[in-house]
Structures are given as structure tokens and as C-alpha cells.
Ligand binder design. Structure first.
Ligand SMILES: *Cc1c(COP(=O)(O)O)cnc(C)c1O
Length: 422
């Protein structure tokens, strides 16, 4: 199946006489014929569901679809994108250890990694793409466990040079984890460029209708934990699971199995079956929507670039963008629907422009069907220091516009009338 077909057909495959549409298994528990069978489930001797905190049939079928879209061996959905990015790190990183992290990433992830993980004794070492390989290599030591980046950074829209980060990570025998929220697997599949683990906030384009918060971790199965020789949590007996060795028992799916049986069991950031049903509806139209988001955004970006009330436009799909070459390599079919730009006149003009929009609404969201707008410096990135704001590429004049799937002429007219009021 090609990816557009997978969006519609993968995951749930009904048998004769079963419901055509993914059923919502709204049940916390499962029934067993024998105590012995349940015991075997707990020992991971047999496959199956025992308790919805750990797994559920509705959730599992959506996980299968997402794993297939990304080209991975397994996936685990979470209650939010934040939970996905937290568990992806905690699965292989503990107190006293560190990881190397691109600084152009989502503000919420920066808060999580720079402040909250620090309190847990885990250090994020931030690097920029402008740094030389040698400067990035200098950040590694024997306690470095992974490298983290974002395919297209929200909201800086920096395109990650995935192959470069993969090469650097692998030279230190650590995996590369990429948050692929903005492009979705429709526009970029990081595993094809050497990335080992992908995360998502499914809240964005995957759901696409701003109806349900969720996240996902996908394992490529490509990283050789045993050969790396520094991940005892995967290659040595797990005390909390009567001595299971994940790499021996689950092979290529060692990482994602541990994430579920250990971390989801303990942290319980479980997605609800109803939420996964809604996510699945979104996934069915993902390929169609991404195409429209990209074509609309390309037109809006070109229009903004010529506008006298616009100081600068940041959209990696614009040939004038500093990110254009990277975008052509990693995102040849389109980048995403998100554009950021500077309104001439700074913070005040940016706020005025936003208030004057009629079709585009001010919301703390991005990447759904409706065109929306946000001022990152005063909202999503409010907690960051000026230095961190600068590193994340966010100035006071910057607005982030998420171009929806409406008729692009209506979006352009709305922007024009708002500029006319400045
Ligand atoms: C929104 C977002 C997150 C956080 O996801 P939630 O679903 O809001 O918890 C993480 N990464 C990126 C790139 C995001 O855009």
C-alpha cells in the first residue's frame, strides 16, 4: 500500500461480519478464562490486553496505522505530545545522564527538557545547526544517551538536517530521536534519513480538527542497542519485570516494548479509546489535507513576501528562505501549513494585525483545518528568557500563522483587510 492508501486502510482490518469502522473498545478491563493465562500476560509470555493503562484494542489499531505510516516496527500512543517527548527520553536516559538537543524545537519541549528534566537530574545540552560538527561533538561525553531534534521546528520553522544529526549521533553510538509533528509522515519520514525513533504531537495535523490532544512514539527498529554496548536497561535483566531482557525477547521492538511495559505502566499517560477513534478519523484524510495545507501556505507565503507591511517571511518552502535547500531535500512535496512572519512595527503592530483578522482566529493551537494565528513571544514561549527566545528564533514582531484548508482566496482577502486597518 502507498501512504495515501495506508491512511485509509491500515490498522483496523475487520473480519467477516465485523463492524466496518474502527470500534471504540471503551473498557478498562478484559476477561480471562484462566488465572494462568492472565499470569502469562503479566509475564509477557503471551500477547494480549490486560488493562487499558497499558494497552487497548482501539488504541492498538491506531498505533499500527501510525507505525505503518512512519515505516516503523511499533508505536505507542500517549495522552499528549508532551508525554510522548517525555517518555521517549526517559526510556533510555536517567539521572546523571545527558542528551544533545537541537535548540530550535517546540517551546513546551524546551520547558520540559531544560527545566523539568533538569530537576530529575537529566541534562539537555542544546546545540544549533550553525555550530560545526566539531562543536557539536564536543557536547558528548560517556553519559550522553541520545540526540533530539524536530523535523520542522515549531515555531522557528528551522528544517533539521536529519542525516547530519544521525551521522553525529551514530558516531557516538547513540540514537537520533526526531519530533516529526509538523510534516507528518506524509511529507517526511525521518527513518529514511537515518533517524531511529520518531515522536509526534498527534494533536496537530494528524488529528487535524483540533478535537483531541494526543502523542505517539514510533520505533524504527534500526538502532542496535546491544552493539552500542551502553544501554543496560535494554540489554540486561529488568528487575521490575522478573528479569526480562528486552533486546533478547523483543528484538527490533525492544525500545518500544520497554516504553510500554515499563514507562506506560508506571507513568500512566494513557490515551483514551474515544480519543484514538477521533484521531483515526483525522488520519484517514491526512494525506489529502497535508497537500491542501501546503499549497495554500505556499501561496500565502509568496503573497506576504511581497507585502510592504511585512518585515520578513519565514517559510522553508519559499525559494528565498535560508531553509530552502534543506526543505528541498527532506520535504520535496511541501513543508507544512505553518508560516511565521514579522509585522512591520514590532509587537504593537503584530497584535493589532491579529485583532483585525476576521476569518483567521486567535487560538493557542496550530496545524488544524481552520486558519489560525498566534503571537509566540507573549503566549506559547512566554516562559522563555530573551536568550532562549532568540535561540528559538522568536522576535516580538513575529506572528505564527497556521494556514488551513479553506479556499486560499478567502485567507488572502482576510489578511489584506487586516493589513489595511494598520
Ligand atoms: C504541540 C507540540 C508538542 C506538544 O504536544 P501536545 O500534544 O500539545 O502535548 C510537541 N512537539 C511539537 C512539535 C508540537 O507542535
Amino acid at each position: 500500500m502507498r501512504i495515501e492508501t495506508k491512511c485509509v486502510q491500515e490498522g483496523y482490518r475487520p473480519e467477516n461480519g465485523q463492524p466496518r469502522i474502527l470500534p471504540i473498545y471503551q473498557s478498562t478491563t478484559y476477561k480471562f478464562d484462566s488465572a494462568e493465562h492472565l499470569g502469562k500476560l503479566f509475564d509477557l509470555e503471551v500477547e494480549g490486553h490486560m488493562y487499558t493503562r497499558i494497552s487497548n484494542p482501539t488504541v492498538e489499531m491506531v498505533e499500527k496505522k501510525i507505525a505503518s505510516l512512519e515505516g516503523g516496527v511499533g508505536a505507542m500512543c500517549t495522552s499528549s505530545g508532551q508525554a510522548a517527548n517525555l517518555l521517549a527520553i526517559l526510556n533510555i536516559c536517567s539521572a546523571g545522564q545527558n542528551f544533545v538537543c537541537a535548540s530550535a524545537i517546540y517551546g513546551g519541549t524546551i520547558n520540559l527538557y531544560a527545566f523539568t528534566l533538569k530537576k530529575l537530574g537529566i541534562e539537555a545540552r542544546f546545540v544549533t545547526q550553525e555550530m560545526t560538527d566539531a562543536q557539536i561533538h564536543q557536547q558528548f561525553d560517556e553519559n550522553t544517551r541520545l540526540v533530539f531534534g524536530e523535523t520542522v521546528a515549531n515555531p522557528a520553522l528551522e528544517v533539521c538536517d536529519i542525516e547530519r544529526f544521525a551521522r553525529i549521533a551514530h558516531s557516538h553510538n547513540v540514537p537520533l530521536i526526531i519530533d516529526n509533528t509538523f510534516p507528518t509522515p506524509i511529507l517526511c519520514r525521518p527513518f529514511e534519513f537515518g533517524c531511529d525513533i520518531v515522536t509526534h504531537s498527534t494533536t496537530k495535523y494528524m488529528d487535524g480538527h483540533a478535537s483531541v490532544v494526543g502523542g505517539c512514539i514510533i520505533d524504527s527498529g534500526n538502532f542496535d542497542w546491544a552493539a552500542a554496548g551502553k544501554y543496560p536497561e535494554l540489554t540486561e535483566p529488568d528487575e521490575s519485570y522478573h528479569g526480562i531482557v528486552y533486546t533478547e525477547k523483543f528484538g527490533k521492538a525492544a525500545y518500544i516494548t520497554k516504553a510500554r511495559t515499563q514507562l506506560m505502566r508506571d507513568f500512566g499517560s494513557t490515551p483514551q479509546p474515544m480519543a484514538m477513534f477521533l484521531l483515526n478519523l483525522g488520519l484517514e484524510t491526512l494525506a489529502l489535507r497535508m497537500e491542501r495545507h501546503c499549497r495554500n501556505a505556499e501561496k500565502v507565503a509568496a503573497y506576504l513576501e511581497k507585502h510592504e507591511k511585512v518585515e520578513w517571511v519565514n517559510y522553508p518552502g519559499l525559494p528565498s528562505s535560508s531553509q530552502y535547500a534543506l526543505a528541498q531535500k527532506y520535504l520535496p512535496n511541501g513543508v507544512c501549513g505553518v508560516i511565521s512572519f514579522g509585522v512591520r512595527g514590532g509587537r504593537e503592530a503584530a497584535m493589532k494585525f491579529m485583532d483585525a483578522l476576521r476569518l483567521a482566529q486567535i487560538v493557542v493551537h496550530v496545524a488544524d483545518a481552520r486558519t489560525s494565528i498566534l503571537h509566540p513571544a507573549s503566549t506559547t514561549h512566554r516562559q522563555l528568557t530573551d536568550e532562549q527566545l532568540l535561540a528559538a528564533g522568536i522576535g516580538p514582531e513575529m506572528v505564527r500563522m497556521s494556514i488551513g484548508i479553506e479556499n486560499v482566496e478567502d485567507i488572502l482577502e482576510d489578511i489584506e483587510q487586516a493589513f489595511n486597518k494598520l
